[in-house]
Write a protein that binds this ligand. Structure first.
Ligand code: HAM
Length: 417
């Protein structure tokens, strides 16, 4: 679990503001659901034989009333619960988004934390592949706005549950015939969740996985048409993708289209930064009237790690730093700082004492474009000295105190934003 320190806030804010602007341009509205939900919601929603439910949930009994609660490991189940509880689908289909912390008790490693953040979108009540395509196009637009170019889209179709059952049978038969080549994890999953075996990263099992029966052979006409419809829309918009028949996702609620965006930068191992798909049965499973759904979630820490590499460092915390002859000048300095803020400037007022020299050192470190100086002489004359901190020549001007803000704004310097 990470502390997000002040130096990282610029990056987080830039990402959050870009997300908010892109999702709004597609008509998605924000929803905020609780971080704690009843444990049963995740057992039913995510599936009892998934990694998340089997070994990664922070679950506990509420000592005050005996309720079984869990810190949310993801947000799709909670959003669907809220949509059912508040009858949102009665108003028509919903395009929703959320952001916030999620919790999974995983083994920490690069890009894998126990508290991490997601930005997620859920589109509820839309049946066709057009909404699947919309979600993928929205992601592509977001990467573009952020200036991230090394992300690749992988898609697959998981078909419908009857199709998966037939495939599962074929898979179990195939894997049982090769049981001696399975690792312990795979043996454990052989009958509970054989599909997840295909997701194994164990090099010793790759050729076995390669030759395993593929789900696409078991898809019916409607599932095929949905998948082909999606591909046609992506091609129409020139969005490059790869069909990855081994893409199965780690949550049980998916059917038909699933997708992941994988980072492909050369200096680091590939990492999935975003994953999602359709979940047409989830609303009914969680007690609502049957309706289709599709969504995805972005791992914020993983995206910020990539973003950091392409963004110039920003560390300015203010536009103006007020240097003054403390403590005699406190009253005048407070007046001046408030007056500058009245004009929309971000101002750091030097607090406490200290020589002019040490105050100027702080002014430089703050990244401010200007220092406004109130020395003894200035105060006696009702003047302020304005120093440009960004120019090597250190140009400066003396103006009446009441005109300081106008002077700074007129000289149109590049403020920190
Ligand atoms: P997920 O694939 O479990 O899907 O998570 C989505 C993304 O969250 C991952 O691709 C990854 O970037 C990030 N993530 C997951 N676990 C961690 C972790 N321990 N540390 C850092 N980042 C992590 C879901 O959560 C689904 N609810 C997505 C969805 C929404 N499907 C439909 N609607």
């Amino acid at each position: 679990m990470n502390d997000v320190l002040p130096a990282q806030q610029g990056l987080w804010r830039y990402f959050e503001e870009t997300v908010a602007s892109v999702v709004t341009s597609y008509g998605y509205r924000q929803i905020r659901t609780p971080i704690l939900e009843h444990t049963g919601l995740f057992l039913r929603g995510i599936g009892e034989v998934t990694d998340i439910v089997e070994k990664e949930m922070y679950s506990f009994t509420d000592a005050l009333n005996g309720e079984q609660l869990t810190l949310r490991p993801e947000s799709t189940a909670g959003v669907v619960r809220a949509v059912i509880e508040h009858h949102l689908l009665r108003e028509g289909p919903q395009r929703l988004w959320y952001q916030g912390p999620m919790f999974r008790h995983e083994r920490p490693q690069r890009g894998r934390y126990r508290q991490f953040h997601q930005v997620g979108l859920e589109a509820l009540g839309f049946e066709g592949p057009d909404i699947d395509a919309e979600l993928m196009l929205l992601c592509a637009r977001l990467w573009d706005e952020l200036g991230l170019h090394n992300l690749h889209l992988e898609i697959n179709s998981l078909g419908q549950s009857e199709e998966r059952i037939t495939h599962r049978q074929a898979l179990i038969e195939y894997l049982s015939a090769h049981e001696s080549s399975l690792d312990d994890d795979a043996k454990r999953r052989l009958h509970s969740n054989p599909l997840r075996i295909l997701d194994s990263k164990n090099p010793a099992m790759q050729s076995l996985i390669e030759d395993a029966p593929k789900l696409d052979r078991f898809l019916g006409d409607a599932s095929r048409a949905h998948f082909e419809g999606l591909q046609a829309m992506l091609r129409r918009r020139g969005l490059a993708f790869t069909i990855n028949p081994r893409l199965v996702r780690g949550l049980d609620y998916y059917n038909l289209s699933v997708f992941e965006w994988v980072s492909t930068s050369t200096d680091k191992a590939p990492l999935t930064v975003c994953g999602g798909g359709r979940y047409d049965g989830l609303i009914e499973t969680l007690g609502g009237k049957s309706a289709p759904g599709c969504g995805f979630a972005i791992g914020v820490e993983r995206i910020l790690d990539l973003l950091q590499a392409v963004l110039p460092e920003q560390h300015a915390v203010c536009d103006v730093y007020v240097v003054h002859h403390a403590p005699q000048s406190h009253l005048a300095a407070i007046d001046l700082a408030e007056q500058l803020r009245d004009h929309g400037l971000d101002v750091l007022l030097h607090c406490g004492g200290g020589s002019f020299k040490s105050q100027f050192r702080r002014a430089d470190a703050s990244g401010a474009a200007y220092a406004v100086v109130l020395g003894e002489d200035e105060i006696a004359q009702g003047q302020a000295t304005i120093k440009d901190l960004r120019q090597a020549s250190a140009s400066q001007a003396q103006v009446p105190m009441v005109e300081a803000a106008h002077y700074i704004l007129e000289h149109g310097f590049g403020v920190k934003h």
